[in-house]
Design a protein around this ligand. Structure first.
Ligand SMILES: [Cu+2]
Length: 270
């Protein structure tokens, strides 16, 4: 009974110890441990379902094991019973796990479709990708289209660039074109429940919808070389208006050559 008790105690104290899923930045927040995207909540629910099924099976089999050990210790001296098996039992323990696995694979189809199948992505997000993120040794290069323009597959002269700082609008599905410049990396935003490999030579679209403004982690989840640990970036989710303003500011900053204009004003000071 030792391991079931350990498992149940760990399960009970995990949320309080902050060992649960990563959630909102504020550790005292009520949403701690809760995904910041609606699809992430669906993914968490699948995880909980599997945790409950495996948890119940684990506790029941441990109790059965404990009972058999207890019986064996109590009935010492009795002759052991050898059997060639029980046909009905064997049929049962093939059919029941098969049924459970089929049930899990069926119930996750919808979430998988929304997460990975491009034809099921939200149309508005597919029409206007927000940014292109290129992973490289060892940083995230971010390319936005100029304000008011659409992101093209090929870089445009007026595109805007940043490194390790991905700004996104909240409360609408956003699509990102994911690339890799060298080796295989993985775009991992734990609070948003988004993980996708970046593969050289491929442009992989990913989408999510952040429901709460804030700062979230962006990490590389594929050991990609000596500087893998340096690929720690941030995602800044903000309302549409401040996201637009951010792009305008970025544009001004990028186009500023540092030379004062005819009136003697430095563009960056305006
Ligand atoms: Cu990497």
């Amino acid at each position: 009974m030792f391991w079931p008790i350990v498992a149940i105690v760990l399960f009970a104290i995990s949320p309080a110890m902050n060992w649960w899923f990563p959630g909102a930045g504020d550790p005292d927040s009520l949403t701690k441990g809760q995904s910041m995207t609606p699809l992430g909540v669906d993914i968490d629910n699948l995880f909980y379902l599997i945790l409950i099924i495996t948890g119940v099976v684990f506790v029941l089999t441990q109790i059965a094991l404990g009972y058999v050990l207890f019986r064996g210790a109590r009935d010492q001296g009795k002759k052991a019973l050898f059997t060639h098996g029980n046909h009905a039992l064997e049929v049962m323990w093939i059919i029941v796990p098969t049924g459970i696995l089929l049930f899990i694979s069926w119930i996750q189809l919808d979430v998988w479709k929304k997460f990975r199948v491009i034809s099921s992505f939200p149309e508005a997000a597919v029409e206007a990708p927000v940014a292109e993120v290129t992973a490289r040794q060892f940083e995230w290069r971010i390319r936005y289209p100029a304000p008011g323009k659409k992101l093209q597959l090929k870089p445009q002269p007026d595109d805007l660039y940043t490194v390790n700082d991905l700004h996104l609008p909240t409360n609408r599905p956003v699509l990102i074109q994911l690339r890799s410049g060298d080796v295989q990396h993985a775009f991992f935003a734990p609070q948003l429940r988004m993980k996708q490999d970046a593969v050289p030579g491929q442009v992989i679209p990913i989408w999510f919808e952040v429901t709460q403004a804030g700062h979230y982690q962006l990490l590389c989840a594929e050991l990609c070389g000596w500087g893998h640990y340096k690929m720690k970036a941030r995602i800044v989710a903000e309302p549409q208006a401040s996201f637009q303003q951010y792009l305008l500011d970025l544009q001004q900053e990028q186009n500023d050559d540092g030379v004062p204009d005819e009136k003697g004003n430095d563009a960056a000071d305006e």
